[in-house]
Design a protein around this ligand. Structure first.
Ligand code: NAG
Ligand code: NAG
Ligand code: NAG
Ligand code: NAG
Ligand code: NAG
Ligand code: NAG
Ligand code: NAG
Ligand code: NAG
Ligand code: NAG
Ligand code: NAG
Ligand code: NAG
Length: 421
């Protein structure tokens, strides 16, 4: 998710001394992730906190932010005002299955936190942190994970007087590369500092899917890589982050559809953000490159109210049409091409039936700006190594649906990384 470039209170919480301990994990952690069939879906995981809870919380696994939080048992959200940061007339308490006072493994302590997202359209704050066991469905429990507990949220969301509860996040695990401006809790860095993983690496992939218009599934691994989750070569791409930015920034790619390649005309870098629901292709608003791109789709793709969509109903999207993104590699002469099936962009939004254009299946895809969110990642394999601030990409969506970790798992030892494969 697009977070503000600096969180409101930029605590400088540099990590404590490195302590290597053996706690029985196999040197890596695996968590299944999903991309729901819903217009607002991002890359999420079902996580259970503490010793008492059986009901998981669906949290956003967000490479666009760097801090980890969930709701405290007495959280409330406030909305109904269109003004930035203003508290609206509507409020609701946030139900959460996690109550640290019922968890024998919880350590709660006072620590203020405030996190702002989407240009301050969403702000959450809290007064306590908890360290507790975190367990992903089908994953092994991670001990003593530090999470901020938020009790107050403000959403910039207009209301018609009914105070109907809007969609809001149940928690966010920030996965952005750790820097000296990370306020934290820094989930990945903390795993490393606690000696639970030997490298500051993370991989994320999605599986091949045989169905259309449904939830897509994949996984993340901290501290290792399953080489069966991609095809072709895993290529390091340039990290072009600016000093003031948080997240993952890569150069703009060439964009190919139906054999026609476009070199995007907007001068920008691209945010690689698993916490974003949509992709934005850097075709300048003022040029006609978007129209040329749509024309190259041979009447398949169309623009409606600024959003790119399929000219027809979602059910009829051809399953073999891709958009291919080709990124330059760090190494001279190398590049990596990632096919994203256009059907992955459909997340359940259809134009209203009255439009005289006929059915249009609206995609989580727009032009202008540059962002590669959950739709792009549904076709990609991504590797991050904070040691050296490395970003690696390959063609994903090749592994069997829901397979989890395979025999091709490699756990990284200290000093190893994607370059040593
Ligand atoms: C409820 O919220 C208040 C702050 O508004 C906080 O001081 C208190 O500890 C919270 N209680 C729990 C159980 O989280
Ligand atoms: C929450 O909303 C109710 C009306 O539903 C209102 O009476 C109350 O003052 C609000 N509380 C806060 C803290 O905004
Ligand atoms: C946390 O925030 C509260 C209220 O905003 C403030 O009174 C308190 O001093 C803060 N605590 C710390 C440790 O900054
Ligand atoms: C809580 O977790 C943080 C981050 O891993 C760690 O630095 C801290 O020592 C932990 N606190 C306790 C009481 O274990
Ligand atoms: C953080 O690191 C950047 C370069 O990576 C450096 O320019 C900046 O001065 C550092 N800031 C602090 C507070 O150490
Ligand atoms: C592109 O943007 C960068 C940074 O804003 C600027 O330094 C550069 O001159 C621009 N290049 C072109 C061709 O406009
Ligand atoms: C786009 O603009 C170029 C020149 O500005 C023109 O030659 C071309 O026909 C236009 N293409 C479309 C699809 O409008
Ligand atoms: C474009 O559509 C026309 C007419 O339906 C068809 O003959 C042609 O093969 C299509 N071209 C591509 C590249 O799909
Ligand atoms: C959309 O499809 C309809 C019929 O399937 C066709 O008549 C129309 O030209 C298409 N629109 C575009 C912009 O290609
Ligand atoms: C789309 O990409 C997939 C996966 O790379 C590939 O198998 C398929 O042939 C591609 N389809 C087209 C029409 O290029
Ligand atoms: C993008 O296309 C341009 C023009 O064909 C080419 O010069 C450039 O190398 C391509 N970039 C990549 C990453 O393939």
């Amino acid at each position: 998710m697009l977070s503000s470039t600096a969180s409101l209170y930029a605590f400088l919480s540099l990590s404590s001394a490195l302590t290597i301990t053996t706690r029985g994990n196999a040197g890596y952690y695996y968590m299944p992730v999903e991309f729901d069939y819903d217009p607002d879906s991002r890359v999420t995981a079902e996580l259970t906190f503490g010793s008492a809870d059986k009901e998981p919380i669906q949290v956003v696994m967000d490479t666009g932010s760097s801090d980890a939080w969930i709701w405290s048992p007495n959280g409330t959200i406030h909305w109904g005002s269109n003004y930035l940061g203003a508290v609206g007339p509507c409020n609701a308490s946030v139900p959460t299955p996690y109550n640290p006072s019922l968890s024998s493994t919880a350590i709660v302590y006072d620590h203020n936190s405030t996190y702002a997202y989407a240009g301050n359209a969403k702000i959450v704050s809290g007064a306590q942190y908890v360290n507790d066991t975190l367990t992903a469905t089908n994953g092994s429990p991670i001990p003593n994970v530090q999470i901020a507990m938020e009790n107050y949220g403000t959403l910039r969301q207009l209301d018609d007087g009914s105070c109907k509860i809007p969609e809001f996040d149940r928690g966010i695990i920030g996965l952005a590369p750790y820097t000296n401006t990370t306020s934290g809790p820094a989930f990945r860095q903390n795993l490393f500092d606690a000696g639970l993983i030997a490298t500051r690496t993370m991989t994320m992939w999605f599986d091949h899917t045989t169905t259309s218009l449904s939830k897509l599934v994949g996984g993340v691994i901290f501290g290792g890589i399953d080489t069966s989750k991609y095809t072709g070569e895993l290529i390091q791409v340039p990290n072009v982050i600016a000093d003031y930015q948080i997240g993952i920034y890569i150069p703009k790619p060439n964009v190919t559809i139906n054999g026609q390649t476009f070199v995007p005309d907007q001068n920008t870098t691209c945010l690689l953000d698993s916490g974003a629901h949509a992709d934005y292709i850097p075709f300048d608003y003022l040029s006609n490159m978007t129209s040329q791109f749509l024309a190259a789709s041979n009447g398949t793709l169309i623009q409606y109210a600024g959003v790119i969509g399929f000219n027809g109903s979602c059910e009829n999207i051809p399953s073999d049409l891709n958009i291919t993104y080709t990124f330059p590699g760090v190494e001279e002469g190398k590049s990596v091409s990632i096919d994203v099936p256009i059907k992955n962009y459909a997340r359940g939004l259809q134009t209203p039936p009255d439009a005289d254009m006929g059915d249009i299946c609206l995609f989580n895809l727009e032009s202008g700006g540059c962002q590669f969110g959950a739709p792009f990642l549904s076709g990609a394999f991504m590797g991050l190594d904070d040691e050296g601030a490395e970003i690696w990409l390959a063609q994903g969506a090749v592994s069997a649906e829901g397979q989890g970790v395979s025999g091709s798992l490699k756990v990284f030892e200290a000093g190893e990384g994607f370059g040593s494969l």
